[in-house]
Write a protein that binds this ligand. Structure first.
Ligand code: HEC
Length: 543
């Protein structure tokens, strides 16, 4: 144990985690491993377990596996869990590892976690795979479906996305991706060098395990996965440049972003986000929470969560990378552009603030104080009779929708001030609307009561009042979350999702009429569906 701590400095020292506990007690029965076994187990853990349990073993989709948790279970019980899995979504590993390897891993997870490894460019290149060469890409769609109204739906626990035809509500295919995809983004080519019809053709996904994939919606459904790579062990977001040349992936661990060739997915450049935060403290684990492409400039916006900084990264010259860093507020999370594409509105959720970035000046525009933990997800912009153009967010911390003016040009008095707030029944994570809709939808995923977390609320843009509460499901253990409109703005799709990990395809999407608010269809056969991305709406920034 001492030896291991010496060789692999305990995380607690480096990252301020809990390290006490394990090595203190259990003098005689204390588990230990030789250096070689420890290294072997470490590598098995990063390959097979970190995606669900977290690089730092603090728990993610799977539970925390820190020594104070695992020691309670003990060697025999841990071996059994690893061998057979559990009903709660832990995989069985008896078909992947030998008995000896399982025993090794069971011991390993009772020891203090080592500092996780770095990921150099060379390793990313090893993990880069091209399934279909760009020269073999079709020049027209290989199916006669209306791909611009496809919905790409994250199936969290299946490590897949489902492609659903928005016209017929049929599942076209399921495409393998990284585990628990967080976000995906489509090509928004604003440049004239690219054919107009490529808008929204290619989609890039980012898995929590750092695996990024490229999807070609013009391919026949069985060939839509065209390339992949891995750029981190733990990651959240991805974006594709306005000229369609580059893809960028952001890592939680290692804390860095990586720029890749959008055509082949070959990793090109790694930039660390470790640094000094807005308080002047050095942060080793400065995670990239979110990344966006700016519609009006050749830049990416990189939200460095723990630094409290927005980085505007200019991709016009990768060898002389220009990065404008903006001090904002800590714990940046997720955001969306205003209707002009100039201003970016992002939540610093643990600071209870919305941060506004002017991407033209590459400067902080304003910070607004809000209710507890704003979280807009894909966000919503609409027109308010009094305040003019506004943006809105839900809150993870309380049942509220906050609405602010976002048009400094024509409504300077209302801009970047709270216009109004709506009390909802429960805290939520996602808000959504469409220019053709009279309504703004908010979910209530974070409320503890099943009845509330299974309901979404609909706000009238004109009266600013809740006009309807819709119970999307009444099934035990399920919640309603994340709304998305179809391209025409006539339907709203809401996900029904297992709160617990589940590899069963028993989640569904419920489709509502955007006007009458009546239920139209249920799309079944989906595994833990979460985020949904309508091709047309996303690449055209319709919200
Ligand atoms: C697909 C995601 C996933 C992967 C991959 C995964 N786990 Fe799990 N694991 C889970 C989930 C979910 C649970 C909680 C299960 C439950 O509550 O029944 C869990 C539970 C456990 C537990 C029990 C923890 C407790 O406190 O009860 C252990 C131990 C464990 N996992 C170890 C591992 C190890 C070691 C690996 C890699 C070999 C691994 N897991 C890979 C999802 C995963």
């Amino acid at each position: 144990m001492t030896k291991i701590n010496f060789k692999f400095p305990a995380l607690g020292v480096a990252f301020g985690l809990l390290t006490a506990g394990f090595s203190m007690n259990a003098a005689a029965a204390e588990p230990s491993l030789s250096e070689a076994d420890f290294d072997k187990a470490k590598s098995m853990y990063f390959q097979r377990c970190a995606g669900c349990h977290g690089v730092l073993r603090k728990g993610a989709t799977g539970k925390s596996l820190l020594p104070q948790d695992t020691a309670k279970l003990g060697q025999a019980r841990l071996e059994k869990i690893l061998t057979f899995g559990t009903e709660g979504g832990m995989n069985n590993f008896n078909d992947i590892f030998t008995k000896e390897e399982i025993s090794l891993l069971a011991t390993y997870i009772q020891l203090e976690p080592p500092v996780p490894p770095e990921m150099p460019l060379s390793l990313m290149k090893e993990r880069h795979k091209v399934y279909i060469e760009p020269k073999d890409y079709p020049t027209k769609p290989m199916h006669n479906l209306n791909w611009e109204n496809f919905f790409i739906v994250i199936e969290r626990d299946a490590g897949k996305v489902a492609i659903i035809d928005g016209d017929t509500h049929k599942i076209v295919t399921h495409v393998n991706t990284g585990y628990a995809v967080h976000v995906l983004k489509g090509t928004e080519h604003h440049s004239t060098q690219h054919p107009k019809d490529a808008l929204g053709r290619f989609w890039y996904t980012q898995g929590r395990d750092g695996k990024m994939t490229k999807i070609d919606l013009w391919q026949s459904p069985d060939k839509m996965l065209v390339a992949e790579t891995q750029m981190a062990y733990d990651a959240r977001d991805v974006a594709v440049s306005g000229d369609g040349k580059y893809v960028i992936g952001g890592g939680y661990w290692p804390p860095h972003f990586v720029i890749l060739d959008a055509e082949t997915m070959e990793p090109l450049k790694v930039v660390s986000t470790r640094g000094v935060n807005v308080d002047g403290d050095f942060v080793n684990e400065a995670r990239v929470a979110a990344i966006y492409t700016t519609p009006n400039a050749p830049t990416f916006l990189v939200a460095v969560k723990e630094l409290g900084q927005m980085w505007q990264v200019d991709y016009s010259d990768l060898n002389n990378l220009r990065i404008d860093t903006m001090d904002t507020a800590k714990f940046l999370h997720d955001g969306f552009f205003d209707r002009t594409g100039r201003y970016f509105q992002i939540a610093a959720n643990a600071s209870n603030k919305m941060v506004m970035i002017d991407t033209e000046k590459r400067k902080l525009e304003k910070i607004i104080d809000t209710a507890s933990k704003p979280h807009p997800g894909p966000g919503a912009n609409w027109l308010d009779a009094k305040c003019g153009p506004v943006g809105g967010t839900t809150h993870l911390g309380e049942g509220k929708v906050t609405v602010w003016g976002n048009d400094p040009a024509d409504h300077p008095d209302q801009a970047w001030k709270i216009c109004y707030e709506v009390e909802t029944d429960g805290a939520g994570a996602f808000i959504r609307t469409h220019p053709k809709s009279k309504y703004v939808w908010a979910d209530q995923l974070k409320h503890p009561e099943p009845e509330v977390q299974q309901s979404v609320q609909v706000i009238d843009k004109e009266t600013r009042e809740i006009v309807k509460t819709i119970r999307v499901t009444e099934e035990d253990g399920k919640a309603a979350l994340h709304m998305e409109f179809n391209a025409a703005g006539t339907e709203v799709w809401v996900s029904v999702w297992n709160r617990k990990e589940s590899s069963l395809p028993n989640g569904e999407i419920v489709v509502y009429d955007a006007n009458s608010l009546k239920e139209l269809y249920r799309i079944k056969g989906l595994t833990t569906p979460t985020g949904k991305f309508n091709v047309y709406n996303r690449v055209n920034h319709v919200s």
